[in-house]
Ligand binder design. Structure first.
Ligand SMILES: O=C(O)CCC(=O)C(=O)O
Ligand SMILES: [Fe+2]
Length: 367
């Protein structure tokens, strides 16, 4: 890969680079779309830091001011820690917490884009987006900035329900995202929340007959949606889209060992071995099952400076586009990638694990 090493000419040091301020002042104009070509992604061996965690996550919990769950099944807030200062053990414990709780929120974070990249790198090989704009010199950053005047944004949101946008990040890659780390640094006066669903609970809330039916199935994931947006944007495609990829419909999380439902309307195309008619019916049923899962979702109200760290292997998420007449929203994401998704027929569901050994599943925080 030929990284863009150009720096934003704002007279800033790395520490002072404030993308939220730039986004407020110049909108998407701070982004660059370098005319470079990246080679295809090579396979790599993912070593998940969650395996090195302390099951009690003491390094994190003992140093936080406050830890609380936002809902029983997904989403925990940690107050009083700065991500940029975490030790390796704290990062390992955080990886396990994200694997347990799906998404972890931190408020008032000082994590600048360079620090975000360094922080993210600890959790897995960072994904570089193949056409999205990025800040100069930072191809590992995906800027989150939707502008109602941008044709690609219009195409992305028009005649869509929020539930049509439920996804897990870059699932069309052979080794998709593990964690995603998103800092929001500019918010409209109201709106722009994000919703996460627990993939563990989505599986657990199916009947035993449906669980049996879907596990063992595989689905085709495609980058067609991003291809369409790339074409609309007219920007250089820096790395060709990978061929369609096959992933299990129920995947096993490598750290917790729990089963999670892994299909979604944005990148899943079809179920392997079924007619289109059958595949559409099953996938639509599963999408509706997830979208209707208010009891296993969390809707987060951002504050400027909040960071969400979610595990794409056991959650799904959707942005809510309700704010275009309220003001601009901006954030930046780094995306460590992880293992090739797999299904272990001997793995358990989260509920099963909790029932069998409640003392081992320490996923309640009400400090
Ligand atoms: O804008 C958001 O809230 C989420 C955007 C998103 O899907 C992502 O960063 O992966
Ligand atoms: Fe996403």
């Amino acid at each position: 890969m030929a990284p863009n090493t150009e720096k934003i000419d704002q007279g800033q040091t790395e520490e002072q680079l404030d993308l939220g301020k730039l986004a407020r002042e110049v909108g998407a104009n701070y982004l660059v779309y370098p005319d470079v070509k990246y080679p295809p992604l090579e396979p790599f061996e993912h070593k998940d830091p969650g395996h090195l965690a302390d099951p009690k996550k003491a390094s994190l919990f003992n140093h936080a001011d406050k830890i609380y769950d936002l809902t029983p099944h997904v989403g925990t807030v940690i107050e009083g820690l700065q991500l940029s200062t975490l030790t390796d053990q704290q990062k390992n414990d955080l990886a396990l917490l994200a694997a347990d709780r799906g998404v972890v929120f931190f408020k008032k974070q000082e994590l600048n884009p360079y620090q975000a990249v360094e922080f993210g790198r600890y959790f897995g090989r960072l994904h570089t987006h193949n056409y999205a704009g990025h800040p100069p010199g930072l191809p590992e950053i995906v800027s989150i900035l939707y502008d109602e005047k941008n044709p690609a944004t219009v195409a992305a949101i028009e005649s869509k329900r929020t539930s049509d946008g439920i996804h897990t990040d870059i699932s069309y890659e052979k080794q998709p995202a593990g964690l995603s780390i998103l800092k929001i640094d500019l918010l409209p006066s109201t709106g722009g929340d994000t919703i996460w669903w627990s993939g563990y609970s989505a599986y657990d809330r199916l009947s035993p007959a449906m669980q049996k039916f879907v596990e063992g199935l595989s689905a085709v994931h495609t980058g067609d949606y991003h291809k369409r947006l790339a074409k609309l944007s007219g920007r250089t495609i820096r790395r060709e889209f990978p061929p369609d990829t096959i992933h299990p419909v129920v995947r096993t999380h490598p750290v917790t060992g729990w089963k999670s439902l892994f299909v979604q309307p944005v990148f899943t195309k079809s179920i392997v071995g079924m007619t289109k008619h059958e595949s559409d019916a099953i996938l639509n049923f599963l999408y509706n099952h997830i979208a209707g899962g208010y009891d296993f979702s969390v809707r987060f109200k951002w504050e400027e400076g909040s960071v969400a760290i979610w595990d794409n292997r056991c959650t799904l998420h959707a942005a809510i586009f309700d704010y275009f007449d309220q003001g601009r929203r901006h954030g930046y994401r780094v995306t460590p990638t992880a293992e090739v998704p797999f299904y272990d027929p001997n793995s358990k569901s989260k509920k099963q694990a909790e029932q069998e050994a409640p003392e081992k599943v320490s996923s309640r925080h009400d400090q």
